[in-house]
Write a protein that binds this ligand. Structure first.
Ligand code: RAM
Length: 918
């Protein structure tokens, strides 16, 4: 007995000491593409991710345990949905849920713990949650409702039918307080919803833009705090948006789209234990006689304050004169699915920083080209119309430049109902602008900067990368790239945000993906758009020019449709999320098959926009550049076939891997034979920089020909006085290829060129965003005469990838940064550069500074990863870590010493290195 007591107390002591020894819990729990405690979640089989804490001694994970339950009380010991038990694995990102089925509207709780490299277990994480949205059409009891506004046949720009915006409302009564309330809502069109006079969300133009004939996204809002016991009022503003407005240039598209409609279902759990559902149905009232008289994405919005309906979103309003709505049923073919990435929101505010007065107007300068709306606070006289015009840049004589908006009127109007200050911003349109021109205000008052504020709107993601350097123009370029991203991630990736286009051009998107992922957490944004790509894919595997397909011309282009393969691959490679590959593999294969169907002996004859907007084309104004279409298309065919083989490998599909590998070998052979002579010089196409870049960048050549081709590329660059001669497709490959062949100095030289065509050239002409053309504007010659001249087009911003990966030096070596490469290449015009990047495992940093010939490098590597660090150094010279001479140890191992760098393998942690460069 006594012995037993001793044993018990020893084991008690042991367990106490074990408990004390528990290491810090995992952090930043998220599901699928980075969602933190989401409601209205879209996927009943999510993946789970977490980060290990940054603590001394926590290097890596050797095992994990996830527990999932339908209520908090069951965690962590009695999870009723899933328990992985202790799973020996270092994987801490995107672990697939394999538990019991999760249903629409269900709320789920989960926790995770891990074991470190010494098999020490962590404490459990805090519990995280996710709550499903309505997952299938059958979950909807509601009906589509709205007024038939198309029948009014009001014609707008280009004869497009204009649907007058609608106002819809419904009163409902509750006899008990509410415990929880969820509003599920969407529109064929765009909406803004209010409950008891309060705006339900800050979302801009939900539900956003998907291929509406296949899928409409639904929003879920937690409205518990807005509902009261007694009378309630739900009120909705509804406009055409992308659904029934004018988009692209295809008239039949919008003619068939019908009047806007809304669908909503409010599910209420009451204190008395009952459940109540309020739905959109024929009990709703609606009117078109509200203050928004006109609204349209390209043309702008008109607000007449004389039509204001005071209190119409509350119960304190008489809607007797309103009409009863028309209802229609939910069509089975169009899937209603919870929105799978954040809606657009007002993200930043930019005050006016200067005013130019003209005879009848005042021009406000925000000093930054941006996308969104202007909030205007201005003095007005009753009955007057305030006109707000927008422009990205002024003409040299100070007047507005709007030619590049083409047919987009991009003009807002406000009609005053009384004298005094008004405050207003449009709701269902957006503009691309730096300047705002106001006219029609009370001219007796002196215009003030406070009158105009730019509200920057884009999809609600966080920026999670930084890049800075010692060079102002390089920093301005980084800023222009980020503004290109902010300006064109408006629910879908658009080519431009200001003219009568704003479409999801696939080619622009594919070249910009890596840069976008460095700068912002756009994982869910891309995953969502990829779903749209799968839905927009033609029966024959072709991918439309733009997605959603607003052009409906059944055409394809190489370099554009190839987005179907390149984007899933890049998103996977940079996040480590295999689901992206699984979800898109069928699309990738179908695209490759389509590509193959337009080849002859592996040489592609696919249509192509080619090296779009290449400077100095041989034929004046030839937007497609000089490189032969066949060369470009075959190069892309070879490249995407390789990526498809790599995808098959990741997915463990060995037969398909072999098939695509064999196909890519055949394409490469044919490509080399057709387009290269035995001296490694281009044949059967113009000998352009881009022709060489495609062959080298996509790794299509045999080693002998590749070696011979390199000097020809360098000659081409030299011929151009070390300037680029590349368009949309060639430009992103320039840095990659020059880097691969060790020509960093040359790449720096091209990048730092001040003369046309170059990145700094546009900065010298005053650019605050990326431009569509290398010469969209010049101080000497003014605006490019072509009306296709966007001043906010992100494609050439693709250089951002090289800035992060090589100037600062952060790149993935394995998918999702499980293995990291830190390898900065200090150029001789820079004395410092630094980047931080919030990877799936935590923050990575690379900060370098040159002091004389001493190169200082500070590196941070997050837990559960390893890194290769390349420290530039003079041959044989010593390298110091934390001031002491570096020798191999358990945490830092010298792997290689070569001419101009030393390569180390390092474990997680922060390190300071020093080396001598000259
Ligand atoms: C234009 C846009 C877009 C480009 C296509 C080919 O409309 O410039 O960026 O991808 O053409």
């Amino acid at each position: 007995m006594c012995k037993n007591i001793i044993i018990c107390s020893v084991s008690l002591l042991f367990s106490i000491s074990c408990q004390e020894k528990k290491i810090a819990s995992p952090e930043s729990l998220s599901i699928s593409e980075g969602f933190i405690n989401p409601i209205g979640f879209y996927d009943a089989t999510p993946t789970f991710s977490w980060k290990l804490p940054i603590e001394r001694n926590i290097e890596s994970q050797s095992a994990y345990q996830i527990v999932v339950a339908s209520n908090l009380e069951s965690l962590p010991d009695n999870p009723d949905l899933w328990n992985t038990e202790k799973e020996l694995s270092s994987q801490s990102t995107f672990i697939e849920y394999k538990g019991k089925p999760i249903t629409s509207g269900q709320k789920v709780y989960w926790q995770v713990r891990y074991w470190d490299q010494n098999d020490q277990s962590s404490t459990w994480s805090e519990a995280s949650t996710f709550e499903m949205g309505l997952l299938s059409n059958d979950d909807w009891k509601a009906k589509w409702i709205g007024l038939d506004t198309a029948k009014d046949s009001i014609k707008g720009t280009n004869g497009v039918i204009i649907n007058t915006p609608q106002y819809l409302r419904k009163k409902f009564e509750l006899t008990s307080d509410v415990i929880s309330a969820r509003l599920y809502i969407t529109a064929k069109g765009v909406f803004d919803v209010h409950l008891n006079g309060e705006d339900v969300s800050g979302d801009v133009m939900p539900p956003g833009w998907t291929p509406y004939n296949k899928r409409i996204e639904t929003l879920t809002y937690d409205v518990t705090d807005l509902i009261v016991s007694g009378e309630n009022m739900i009120a909705i503003e509804l406009a055409s948006g992308w659904h029934s407005g004018r988009l692209g240039w295809n008239k039949t598209l919008w003619e068939n789209s019908g009047s806007p409609k809304v669908l909503c279902q409010l599910e209420l759990f009451l204190k008395d234990g009952s459940k109540k559902t309020i739905i959109s149905d024929n009990t709703w009232k609606a009117t078109t006689k509200g203050p928004i008289r006109f609204t349209e994405i390209y043309d702008g919005e008109t607000y007449d304050a004389n039509y204001e309906m005071i209190n119409w979103t509350t119960n304190n309003f008489d809607d007797k004169k309103w009409s009863t709505v028309i209802t229609s049923t939910i069509d089975e073919q169009v899937k209603l699915e919870p929105k799978r990435h954040a809606a657009v929101k007002a993200k930043l505010q930019i005050p006016s920083k200067g005013i130019i007065k003209t005879e009848n107007a005042a021009i406000f300068d925000l000093k930054q080209n941006m996308v969104g709306v202007a909030v205007v606070k201005a003095p007005m006289k009753k009955g007057d119309t305030l006109r707000m015009r927008f422009s990205e840049m002024l003409q040299p004589d100070g007047t507005f430049y709007t030619d590049n908006y083409r047919s987009a009127k991009s003009t807002d109007y406000y009609i005053a109902s009384k004298d005094g200050m008004i405050e207003w911003a449009p709701k269902f349109t957006f503009h691309g602008f730096r300047y705002v021109e106001l006219s029609g205000f009370d001219m007796s008052q002196e215009p003030m900067n406070e009158w105009v504020t730019g509200v920057v709107q884009y999809s609600d993601f966080e920026e999670h990368g930084t890049f800075t350097s010692s060079h102002n123009k390089l920093n301005q370029l980084q800023s222009n790239i980020v503004w290109g991203l902010r300006g064109n991630f408006f629910d879908i990736p658009t080519d431009c945000p200001q003219r009568d286009e704003r479409l999801g051009w696939t080619g622009d998107a594919q070249v910009f993906v890596p840069t976008s992922i460095f700068n912002a957490d756009v994982h869910a944004f891309w995953a969502s758009w990829l779903q749209s790509l799968t839905e927009a894919q033609y029966e024959n595997g072709g991918i439309p020019f733009v997605v959603p397909d607003a052009l409906k011309n059944n055409k394809v282009s190489s370099g554009w449709g190839d987005a179907a393969v390149i984007i899933p691959w890049e998103v996977y490679y940079r996040t480590g999320n295999v689901t992206i590959l699984k979800d898109n593999f069928e699309m990738m294969k179908a695209w490759v098959a389509h590509h193959q169907s337009v080849t002859n002996k592996y040489i592609s004859d696919m249509n192509s926009f080619s090296d779009w907007l290449q400077p100095f084309p041989k034929k004046e104004n030839n937007r497609r550049g000089d490189t032969s279409k066949n060369l470009i298309s075959t190069a892309y065919f070879g490249y995407v076939t390789k990526l498809t083989a790599q995808t098959a490998k990741v997915l463990g599909k060995s037969e398909e891997q072999a098939k695509y590998e064999a196909l890519s070998v055949a394409i490469c052979k044919a490509f080399e034979k057709e387009f290269f002579d035995e001296n490694g010089e281009i044949q059967n196409s113009e000998k352009t920089q881009t022709a060489y870049l495609l062959a080298l960048g996509f790794d299509l050549l045999s080693p002998e020909i590749e070696e011979k081709a390199i000097p020809h590329l360098l000659d081409k660059i030299k011929e151009a006085d070390n300037h680029l001669r590349t368009g949309f497709l060639g430009t992103p490959l320039l840095s990659k290829v020059l880097d691969d062949i060790g020509e960093y100095e040359l790449m720096y030289e091209i990048l730092f060129k001040e003369t046309y065509p170059s990145w700094f050239y546009s900065i010298n002409q005053g650019a605050t965003t990326m431009w569509e053309r290398w010469n969209s504007y010049s101080k000497k010659e003014g605006f490019n005469k072509q009306r296709m001249n966007s001043l906010n087009h992100y494609a050439y911003g693709a250089i951002g990838q090289w800035m992060y990966e090589r100037i600062a030096g952060i790149a993935p070596l394995e998918a999702g940064y499980k293995k990291i490469r830190i390898a900065p290449v200090p150029g001789n015009r820079l004395t410092s550069a630094s980047s931080s990047y919030d990877s799936p495992y935590g923050i990575i940093k690379s900060i370098w500074k040159l002091e004389g010939s001493t190169f200082n490098l500070e590196v941070t590597i997050p837990p559960n990863t390893t890194a290769i660090v390349r420290i530039p150094s003079k041959q044989q010279s010593k390298i110091y870590m934390d001031e002491a001479e570096l020798v191999s140890s358990d945490i830092v191992k010298i792997v290689e010493i070569v001419d101009d760098y030393m390569e180390l393998e390092v474990l997680p942690g922060t390190y300071k290195f020093k080396s001598i460069l000259q």
